[in-house]
Design a protein around this ligand. Sequence first.
Ligand SMILES: [Zn+2]
Length: 328
Amino acid sequence: MAKRKKIKNNSLLQILAGIVILGIITFIGGNLDSDLLDSLQKEIETDSLENVQNEENATTYNSNNIQVDGNLIVDFIDVGQGDSILIRQGEHAMLIDGGTSECKDDLLSFLASEGVQKFDYIIGTHPHEDHIGSLDDVVYTYDFDTFLFPKVTTTTKTFENLVSAVSSKGKKFTTPLSGTEYSLGEATFKILAPSSDSYQSLNNYSIVIKLTYGNNSFMFTGDAESLSETEILNSFDDISADVLKLGHHGSTTSTSMKFLNAVSPRYAVVSVGKDNSYNHPTKTTMDKIENLGIPLYRTDEQGTIECISNGEDITFNVEPGSYSYMGD
Ligand SMILES: [Zn+2]
């Protein structure tokens, strides 16, 4: 209010000055005009500051109510027999696995076509070739902040290539601890596995995460087998998720009934190659999914599957696939 009064007084002065001397009028008037402008400008700035503060309060309020502004985009990339999942939220991007070395060109051209600039996170779930085969090329092509990898090494050329690529960027693997939470824009993800120091099967070293965006959630399992699933069941109270990426390409080793019931997914996705030599997915797993009436999306039938969450609803760019299987 004080500011407004001042503006009024200035205007009166301006009129009086105009009556006295015509020569000075321009000079004084000009100065007062610029004073006026300054005052107005300051008021506008104060108003916008108040608006910004109000918006900030609103954002805090929203995040407490698990409401989000924007979309989470999840692409289950068709890399043949293997896994590769691109997750984006706003400007933030994460890649879980990078398929085999043969899928390199397809993977890199997909990432380029989606306009990926850099990654906040790259996750190599475990050292098998169908998960890390092309990650060295991804690392040479894109900058990244954090590379999450389980605490396990192998002597394969594929693994060595990946280690060389990561160190060429002056980076190291970060070993995630079970229970740790990370953020990806407005999404968050929690590490559910691995939780033991050593396993017999390399698959059980798989980094398993539950990603939450608003009221939607996704479970990405790598090739974790039922032993790891049991550890997850014993360590976490709420492992429910709207979308479950089936472990180990729908193999019988994974998706135990107890785990599936606890996750209780509305949708399931399997990343699997057409006519693969591993006989994935299996009848055992497909029967479980079909009997529960869970729509199944599969890269061998639908190609790359894009799934979008607005924090409340999840939509897919394709219709669900079949429950057909190769092995028992
Ligand atoms: Zn695999």
